[in-house]
Ligand binder design. Structure first.
Ligand SMILES: Cc1cc2nc3c(=O)[nH]c(=O)nc-3n(C[C@H](O)[C@H](O)[C@H](O)COP(=O)(O)OP(=O)(O)OC[C@H]3O[C@@H](n4cnc5c(N)ncnc54)[C@H](O)[C@@H]3O)c2cc1C
Length: 458
């Protein structure tokens, strides 16, 4: 496998993706972290920043950024997988708002560290525009703003756009309106994760690559090359978690797939817009997401690839020609300026992690020293930074504003055993697709899709 082929992003980082040396043998540490994606590396970063004397080891089965962190859509957003109303129902309005405000702050925090560490990752804080292209979608845009107001957010957080305002930001075909939030930055995800790995090494963290962990247990992470003994063991393996012993039902790996176009001519960009590099999406059910890259491409993705029986994760699942074709078709529908033959040059995908109750969580079990963070669904670029800061506080035994946020130490239920898990996840995807099709035909909301969303606890 060539790591460059895993995503457009990994193919366009500076320098070779030569793996760092693997673990040479048994060793002791204060904290061992499994997984060198954003979660593992942010945790290492904040621990090392807070206490430079800590001995921190990161173990990665491939290279830093091999997982979703090197392949995602590059939205560093304040989105959180549990909606604000759902958080408010579970934890009360104030705690829900505190969680959302912490996410807003997280976007700024990532921007600060990127600048302070000199991580050259095409960071542009241009916000997000979500388009409404049908009456039903316009209804959802209005509800999103009404809900935000009801729960304490104001016009500085989310505004409704009329057709002209939305089109001025992103001129997609048939735009009727939309919403805009400033709480998002477009980023080159692989440059961010690779830069972060270099930043933690500068702070004395030891990162071992091509070192798969075969078992996690209190006090130790076991690899074929040796055992790392440490009182705190952090699981930061997100969509790959089910392959670890005892973790098969912890999260379901769901695939998101992407395409990137060739660099587009200025004349095309003059028609499409996204002049501030706003990330963009629309109000359909099956999530789509895109960004204008710093080198003038459209990087565009969506869900819809099947969930694989037994929560299996395999390299060939990253490529689903049917989904790539659909993404290309949707791009063409959104932006006729791309012409009849959308110039796609790269296709790729990867697994993200979904907990049974759709709730991201971060925590430390003090009795065992086992810590974890994940279940971000498709919102881990920002959330993993909050997770890393929170884990650093928890591990150092500090009580802070972060350690009392509602997602801390939340325990999601396990997914159902197969075949129920397979049936549930794939039926959900099917319902969402057919709901979008029916909505665009009939122009009214789909009740089946709403019912399914509730069933999954999203
Ligand atoms: C196509 C795609 C688009 C996305 N778009 C966005 C987006 O625009 N915005 C957003 O916020 N989120 C997005 N996401 C989700 C986001 O990328 C993830 O939530 C985030 O990267 C998770 O980071 P992580 O470090 O927890 O996991 P990962 O980046 O998946 O890292 C886990 C690491 O653990 C390693 N590992 C696994 N098992 C072992 C083991 N046994 N031993 C050692 N190492 C192991 C893996 O190799 C991997 O490097 C997207 C995801 C995908 C796949």
């Amino acid at each position: 496998m060539r790591y460059q082929d895993l995503s457009y992003w990994l193919s366009s980082v500076d320098g070779p993706l030569t793996p760092r040396p693997g673990l040479p043998g048994d060793t002791d540490a204060d904290v061992v972290i499994v997984g060198a994606g954003y979660t593992g590396l942010w945790t290492a970063y904040y621990l090392a920043a807070a206490d430079p004397t800590l001995r921190i080891v990161v173990l990665e089965k491939e290279i830093a950024g091999y997982g979703a962190s090197g392949r995602n859509g590059g939205w560093c957003s304040a989105l959180f997988p549990t909606s604000l109303p759902a958080l408010a129902r579970r934890h009360g309005r104030d705690r829900a708002l505190a969680m959302q405000r912490a996410m807003h702050e997280t976007v700024r925090e990532v921007g600060r560290v990127v600048a302070a560490e000199g991580i050259d990752c095409d960071w542009t804080a241009g916000g997000t525009v979500v388009l409404a292209r049908t009456d039903v979608q316009l209804g959802r845009a209005r509800s999103a703003v009404a809900e935000a107001r009801e729960h304490g957010l104001d016009a500085a957080d989310l505004v409704l756009l009329d057709a002209a305002e939305a089109a001025a930001r992103c001129y997609a075909d048939g735009v009727r309106g939309g919403t805009y939030t400033p709480h998002c930055a477009a980023v080159h995800p692989a440059k961010l994760v690779r830069g972060l790995a270099a930043a933690v090494e500068r702070r004395g963290v030891r990162v071992f690559e091509r070192t798969p962990v075969t078992a996690l247990r209190p006090g130790a992470a076991v690899t074929p090359a040796g055992v790392v003994r440490a009182p705190v063991v952090v699981r930061a393996t997100e969509g790959f978690t089910p392959a670890l012993p005892g973790q098969r039902r912890a999260v379901a790996p769901v695939y998101s797939l992407m395409v990137a176009t060739a660099p587009l001519p200025e004349a095309t960009w003059a028609e499409i817009g996204l002049a501030e590099r706003e990330t963009f999406s629309d109000y359909r059910h099956v999530i789509i997401y895109g960004q204008r890259t710093a080198d003038g491409r459209l990087a565009f993705g969506g869900r819809g690839a099947p969930y694989h029986y037994g929560s299996r994760v395999r390299p060939d699942f990253d490529r689903e020609p049917r989904v790539f074709a659909a993404l290309r078709r949707v791009l063409g529908e959104l932006f006729p300026a791309l012409g009849p033959d959308v110039p796609v040059t790269h296709t790729w995908g990867g697994p993200l992690g979904v907990a049974r109750d759709w709730a991201a969580s971060v925590g430390l079990d003090r009795s065992t020293g086992l810590a974890w963070a994940g279940g971000y669904v498709g919102d881990g670029v920002g959330t993993s930074n909050l997770a890393g800061r929170t884990l650093a506080d928890l591990i150092r035994g500090e009580q802070t504003d972060l350690t009392i946020l509602p997602w801390v130490n939340h325990r999601s239920p396990k997914w159902e055993p197969e075949p129920l898990r397979w049936l549930a996840v794939n039926a959900g995807l099917k319902v969402m697709f057919s709901a979008d099709e029916a909505e665009s035909r009939k122009n009214r909301p789909s009740r089946r899709a709403q019912a399914f969303t509730h069933l999954l606890g999203h």
